[in-house]
Write a new protein. Structure first.
Length: 254
């Protein structure tokens, strides 16, 4: 009843919070197991990656203490969550993901022979999964960003993330003209009288949407870090962009 009484955007935010809390409970339970099932292994890798990207110290500390798998790949040091060996993490993550996708492909091919009524739908699923699988196949050979060249010409290795944040901060912290925005929104009210209904019909992009968009991107660098748009064309890249999207909509800037 409480959710139904809320406007669309607050309802989405509360839905997200509930889902995140439930997902955290499931994640902690899976990571604490000594023998993680094959189909849950990729989820565990993705969780560890998000802990590092978002610097979730509390979650990472619990994972390292309770999970031998997490202790093998991540660590908490001086208030920061870091990979023990970034290259090894990505290599093992790619292998686990490929195994999972191969199992899913085998199941779909078996279904293709049995279920004649939904052949086209199953073929589309196979094509999409094979496309995603190709992205992970190249993952084992990708280069890991080890250092960047800063504006003054020095090479930063120890704090790459901090340097990138510093370089990009002016781009993402420009203050909007609130008066102009309010005036423009007021003018639009006459054309969009039912704004809440419009928001309710707009689908929120998923991590798959970000990954799919990146697969069509050109290999051109987006800024001083030298990372091209196409460099985000992976499941982990899509999840990272999706997480940044949610944080940005909540006013949390990089």
């Amino acid at each position: 009843d409480l959710l139904d009484s809320l406007a669309p955007i607050p309802r989405w935010e509360l839905h997200k919070e509930i889902i995140m809390q439930v997902a955290a409970i499931v994640r902690n339970s899976e990571l604490a197991q000594e023998d993680i099932a094959e189909n849950a292994l990729t989820t565990a890798f993705a969780s560890m990656g998000r802990m590092v990207i978002s610097n979730k110290v509390r979650s990472a500390s619990f994972a390292v203490k309770s999970s031998p798998l997490a202790a093998r790949y991540i660590k908490v040091q001086d208030g920061k969550v870091e990979f023990i060996d970034h290259s090894q993490f990505e290599f093992d993550f790619a292998i686990a993901k490929r195994r999972q996708q191969n199992d899913e492909l085998a199941t779909l091919h078996a279904l293709l022979e049995k279920d004649r009524c939904n052949r086209e739908k199953t073929k589309n699923k196979i094509n999409n999964l094979e496309r995603k699988s190709r992205l992970w196949k190249t993952g084992a050979r990708k280069l890991v960003l080890d250092a960047i060249q800063t504006e003054n010409g020095t090479v930063a290795r120890a704090a790459v993330a901090d340097e990138l944040a510093r370089e990009w901060r002016p781009t993402f912290t420009q203050s909007p003209d609130e008066l102009a925005f309010a005036k423009g929104l007021k003018e639009l009210q006459g054309f969009i009288p039912q704004l809440d209904e419009l928001y309710a019909e707009v689908g929120i992009p998923s991590s798959d949407d970000f990954t799919e968009t990146a697969t069509h991107a050109r290999p051109r660098a987006t800024g001083k870090d030298g990372i091209p748009y196409s460099g985000w064309a992976s499941t982990l890249g899509g999840e990272t962009l999706c997480q940044l999207f949610y944080e940005t909509t909540e006013g949390i800037l990089p």
